[in-house]
Each structure stands twice: as structure tokens, then as C-alpha cells.
Design a binder for this molecule. Structure first.
Ligand code: NAP
Length: 338
């Protein structure tokens, strides 16, 4: 079976290509090699998808499946123009960011309104991720229009975690809980968190590619409470029973502690905004029924820690600095304990 990965030089695309190669498939990765390098094993074809004919560098043969991770509408269109008639199954990695409304927990693919497609003249997200969701909507439509729903697996990924995640999100908690001591935990212990391990997602994408799974699914695991998640990460990194101090969201916001990611943030926390109450609480019954399997969060944490230890410079700095965390905890205890 021949599988083409459009991408494959970083994180998810690399994981798909590595797994497909390990399972004995004939794998080709096509990218520039700017973001990183493809895994050892698959054939690598250098291509530049900014060029409408860039994929002509691929041989003219048949691929049983393609996996495309692009965020760019023009790149997706060029790929469909070049390849749609010589690919058996099309797997597109989209995002839960396609949804227009994140306020309601427990929603599914079928009952969540979508953003509009990208406006005319917008081919890709801006540096601030502006129009990211809209571009994914446009690409989903282009794929479904060109290859049809039976030959397309559209996977709307949620937060992806695991080795080679260079963001400051999941790695923040891995590092923080591995360090031990009193840990500032945001908001309520039962606030939902939802994620998917990169290897589990890669396995499911490959399963979809090789079994010709058709349809649109959310690609994320079941939501769990923040307390369960932090305890699982702590156990995974060898620090069971972490000393968590739960600090009220309003108290954090008043001290400019921010949600989700970036400087002064407590990653994975959506910040208590009712508009985001369902962002990490989607109903993923369909995905699990269609073959997505999920490993315990501790296993993801362990693997992430091992990778971070071997490549300490790879993860973007971010999250709450230790001095700020200590100061906020001191103020919280002073207010609470008098
Ligand atoms: N990370 C998350 O938590 C998260 C959450 C939801 C959804 N997603 C989605 O999940 C997917 C993640 O994919 P990923 O981890 O493989 O990372 P990615 O950053 O989406 O990878 C983009 C790939 O496209 C290639 N590329 C970019 N410009 C190119 C060009 N001009 N010509 C040829 N190739 C080009 C890159 O390779 P070169 O630069 O080497 O060419 C790279 O391999 C994306 O679709 C993302 O939107 C991610």
C-alpha cells in the first residue's frame, strides 16, 4: 500500500509517516524540509507547495491514501488538482477551530455550527492565527467537493500532545509537575480538559487511510477534569500525589494570569470564559466508535518528558514563570489564610 504524507517534517505529520513506515507501508513524505526533517525510512520528495505545480516533483503513480496537514487553502487546492484522480483515499487533518461556537459542552460534529469559509483573497492564516479556522473550513469543503464524502476522512483535531510538541501548553505541565513542590492549579478541579496524544491520533489517521474510513470526525479524546489530568501527568513523570493549590479564576485574572498558552499563562486552562465552556468538552463518541484509541495521560506525559529531556531547547518558553507563580500563591494564601 502506498501512502503519501503531505508534510511529515514535524510533529503530527512526522508521527504519521514514522508509524506508517514502521507498519510496513510504502511511505512518501513531500515537503520543503524547512520545519524539520522527515523521519528515517520513508522516501522524501522535496516540494514547494507555494508553486501550483510544486507537486509535479512526485512521481506520476497511484497512491492508496494521502494524509494532508495543511492550513493553506491554496496548497490544498493545488494538491487536489494534481492528485485527486490518482489517490484512493484522502485524509485531511482539520481542527476543532472550525467551530463557530464553543460555548456548549457536549456538542458533536453534527450539531455544532461552523465558521464561514476564508474570505476571498485569504489563502492562509496570519501570523496571529487569524482566519485559521476559516481556512480549515475552506479546505474541508474543497476536499469534500473534489473527492466526495466516501473517499474523504476529515479529522478535526483537538489539542495534540506528546513528544515533538514544541508548544508551551502540555509541556508546561509536564515540566512543572516534574519539578514538584506546591503547584498553582487554575480554576476548578472539575473544569474539563480534552486532548489527543500524537501517537494515538497518528494511529487513527493511518487506520482511516488504510480502511478507507469516510466522514467527518473530531479527533480528540474524551474530556477529563483538570484535577484528574494534573494528577495523571504528575504520576506519569514520577511525582504522584502533587501538592496542588487550586486558585480561583477571578483571582488569577485580576493578577493578569492568562489562559491557554503564552507568557504568564496557565496552559490548558480556558480561563472561565462562558464562550469557551465547550471548547475542551466535545462529545467524541463517534470518533471512539470509529477506531480512535486513547492512552492514559500519564503515558503521554512520560514520553513528553523523555523527549524534553533529550532536546531541552525544542520547547518554546511560555506559561507562568516560577517567580510569578510563587507570588500569586503567596497572595492567595495571604488572602485566604489571613
Ligand atoms: N498542534 C495542535 O495542538 C493542533 C490542534 C488542532 C489541529 N492541529 C492541526 O494538526 C496538524 C498538525 O500538523 P503537523 O504537526 O504536521 O504540523 P504543521 O505545522 O501543520 O505542518 C505543516 C507541514 O506542511 C509543510 N509545509 C509548509 N509549507 C510548505 C510548503 N510551502 N511546501 C511544502 N510543504 C510545506 C511543512 O513542512 P516544511 O516546512 O518542512 O516544508 C510541515 O511538514 C495541522 O493540520 C494543524 O492545523 C494541530
Amino acid at each position: 500500500m502506498r501512502i503519501l504524507v503531505l508534510g511529515g517534517t514535524r510533529f503530527l505529520g512526522r508521527a504519521v509517516a514514522r508509524l506508517a513506515h514502521d507498519r510496513g507501508y510504502d511511505v512518501t513524505c513531500a515537503a520543503r524540509s524547512v520545519s524539520g526533517a522527515p523521519p528515517a525510512g520513508p522516501r522524501f520528495v522535496p516540494v514547494d507547495r507555494d508553486d501550483p505545480d510544486g507537486l509535479a516533483a512526485l512521481d506520476g503513480g497511484w497512491f492508496d491514501a494521502v494524509v494532508d496537514v495543511t492550513r493553506r487553502v491554496d496548497h490544498a487546492r493545488y494538491a487536489l488538482d494534481t492528485l485527486a484522480d490518482r489517490v484512493g483515499h484522502w485524509v485531511f487533518v482539520s481542527s476543532v477551530s472550525v467551530y463557530a461556537d464553543h460555548s456548549v459542552p457536549g456538542r458533536s460534529v453534527a450539531d455544532t455550527p461552523l465558521l464561514p469559509p476564508a474570505p476571498d483573497g485569504v489563502d492562509g492564516p496570519g501570523p496571529d492565527f487569524r482566519f485559521y479556522g476559516e481556512c480549515k473550513v475552506s479546505i474541508e469543503r474543497a476536499v469534500l467537493d473534489r473527492v466526495g464524502p466516501d473517499r474523504a476522512f476529515v479529522c478535526r483535531a483537538g489539542l495534540i500532545v506528546g513528544p515533538e510538541d514544541t508548544s508551551d501548553r502540555f509541556p508546561y505541565w509536564v515540566r512543572r509537575l516534574a519539578d514538584g513542590g506546591e503547584v498553582l492549579a487554575p480554576g476548578r478541579p472539575d473544569e474539563p480538559v480534552q486532548w489527543v496524544d500524537v501517537e494515538d491520533l497518528a494511529a487513527w489517521l493511518l487506520h482511516g487511510a488504510t480502511t478507507r474510513l469516510g466522514g467527518t470526525f473530531d479527533g480528540t479524546g474524551p474530556a477529563r477534569g483538570m484535577a484528574e489530568v494534573l494528577a495523571g501527568i504528575a504520576a506519569g513523570v514520577g511525582r504522584p500525589d502533587p501538592r496542588l493549590t487550586w486558585v480561583d479564576g477571578g483571582f488569577l485574572r485580576a493578577r493578569d494570569v492568562r489562559p491557554w498558552s503564552g507568557d504568564r499563562s496557565l496552559p490548558l486552562w480556558v480561563g472561565g470564559d462562558p464562550a469557551d465552556a465547550g471548547f475542551l468538552a466535545r462529545d467524541v463518541t463517534d470518533a471512539l466508535a470509529a477506531g480512535l484509541t486513547v492512552r492514559p495521560v500519564g503515558a503521554s506525559a512520560r514520553a513528553t518528558l523523555d523527549w524534553m529531556t533529550s532536546t531541552p531547547e525544542a520547547v518554546r518558553p511560555g506559561g507562568l514563570g516560577r517567580a510569578v507563580e510563587a507570588e500569586v500563591l503567596r497572595e492567595w494564601h495571604a488572602e485566604r489564610d489571613g
